[in-house]
Design a protein around this ligand. Structure first.
Ligand code: BMA
Length: 317
């Protein structure tokens, strides 16, 4: 009998973790974490980091590197600041960006959390070069977060994964739009489990979905509430390429969670929170960028093929 692979190591931490901290910043900040990621046209890796200053509020700041590991060049000033005068929903800062290159627009879509008086909501901005931004404002009202766009239309509509809070828990939904402004066709795609599960009560999309020949691969976080606080761990699921609301497989176990000291201890202990990835030149290596303990940015690498194989064995429909 083939041994079950539920304890296989699917993501390997980079030896120079954490790869970015507040000490790398050219201006005074408190912490740097939960970064969106993408690759620019010239191959440069861009991380759009959530940066918290000593007001406690967050803004976004870009760091660029040729190899995605070191040699980061960080913008001298915040790259995208909250703009509460024009966008009152950004009153208490902007957080946790996810970046998707939208082929038909030739632009990057940044979907981020806007922290409003009414709670966290989902906001959108488009950019071509991460210097000028076209803001769309709030596209999902509070309480909603952990959102990312798909890179292309599905059945004629743009598609947004997001995580509204409901009375029955926090589950992942998909919504569709003809123009990125008007949203409808809402469908539940992944439900938090109940009881003692690692992903009971609260799940949320982590980085944007990864397109594979087998389907859209989702890395999602599950939040386990314990007497000592929350544990933020990562699991995997697979969705139909043409019907992304249809879950094909969902892993039983989590595949990545707080183990290293910089994940175990920080402003918020026991948090691994990926918001972005880049794919290696081989089309298989996933460079996963994650916030560690709400304090720093760390990197782990995995393989699309290995994740799919693991899901076949550990997952259920
Ligand atoms: C979530 C978000 C993340 C954060 C995590 C752990 O609800 O606010 O930004 O990393 O909690 O504090």
């Amino acid at each position: 009998m083939t041994p079950r692979r539920s304890h296989e190591t699917l993501f390997h931490r980079h030896e120079s973790n954490p790869i970015l901290t507040a000490a790398d910043w050219p201006y005074p900040v408190h912490s740097v974490f939960n970064a969106g990621a993408t690759r620019l046209g010239d191959g440069t890796t861009l991380l759009l980091c959530r940066v918290e200053d000593r007001s406690g509020l967050s803004h976004l700041c870009a760091a660029r590197s040729a190899n995605g590991v070191d040699g980061w060049i960080v913008d001298e000033e915040p790259t995208l600041r909250a703009d509460p005068e024009n966008y009152p929903e950004e009153l208490w800062g902007i957080e946790d960006p996810r970046i998707t290159f939208i082929q038909e627009l030739g632009k990057y879509a940044i979907v981020y959390t806007a922290f409003s008086k009414g709670g966290p909501g989902v906001a959108l901005a488009l950019t071509e070069e991460f210097r000028h931004f076209e803001r769309y404002g709030l596209i999902m009202q509070p309480d909603d977060k952990d959102a990312a766009l798909l890179p292309r239309r599905i059945d004629g509509g743009f598609a947004l994964l997001h995580r509204p809070m409901t009375d029955t828990g926090a589950h992942i939904w998909i919504s569709f739009s003809p123009d990125l402004r008007n949203w409808g066709g809402h469908k539940l795609v992944l439900q938090a489990r109940r009881g003692g599960w690692w992903d009971a009560n609260k799940v949320g999309l982590s980085p944007p979905l990864i397109e594979t020949p087998r389907g859209w691969l989702m890395l999602y976080h599950g939040v386990r509430l314990t007497a000592a606080g929350c544990l933020y761990r990562i699991g995997v699921a697979l969705f139909d390429l043409n019907k992304p609301e249809h879950c094909l497989l969902r892993g039983g176990s989590w595949i990545f969670g707080p183990e290293a000291d910089y994940e175990r201890h920080g402003d918020v202990d026991n948090v691994t929170f990926p918001c972005g990835y880049t794919l290696g030149a081989d089309g298989d290596t996933i460079n996963l960028y994650y916030g560690a303990a709400d304090t720093s940015v760390a990197l782990a690498s995995g393989s699309v093929r290995q994740l799919l194989r693991w899901l076949e064995e550990d997952g259920t429909a």
